[in-house]
Design a protein around this ligand. Structure first.
Ligand code: HEC
Length: 101
């Protein structure tokens, strides 16, 4: 799921680009890593699902929304894929924020 839909921007291992903090010429930011080195794990499950469904438009971003392309289950699979790169500390912190612990 992740490889087919997300890897083109976020990288096959969700590593993205080392320069993700540097604005592009048009004022937007490159796709951030989702592998635990950026801040995707600060966002509870609902927020992650929201971003994947609706894309980045709501906060001035450029990520396309996948609401019409991926089912709820497929969205969760894509999220689970990049979460498997997180270490236990990050995952546990995220699970607390998501009300799962
Ligand atoms: C066309 C490029 C592109 C594709 C394809 C893409 N993204 Fe993104 N993604 C971005 C960009 C750029 C951002 C940063 C916010 C913005 O500009 O919209 C982002 C942000 C995110 C965030 C928020 C990260 C954070 O630190 O808050 C998540 C989660 C995410 N993407 C997941 C996914 C998933 C899962 C897929 C596949 C279903 C996907 N993205 C496909 C470009 C993309």
């Amino acid at each position: 799921m992740f490889k087919n839909n997300c890897a083109v921007c976020h990288g096959a291992k969700a590593q993205s680009t080392p320069n993700w903090r540097t604005k592009l010429a048009d004022g937007s930011y490159p796709p951030p890593p989702l592998n635990g080195t950026a801040h995707a794990w600060h966002h509870p499950m609902k927020a992650l699902e929201y971003t994947v469904k609706n894309g980045g438009k709501a906060f001035g971003g450029k990520m396309p929304g996948f609401g019409n392309i991926l089912s709820q289950q497929q969205t969760k699979e894509a999220i689970a894929y990049f979460q498997h790169f997180w270490n236990d500390d990050i995952y546990n912190d995220w699970a607390k924020r998501s009300g799962l612990k």
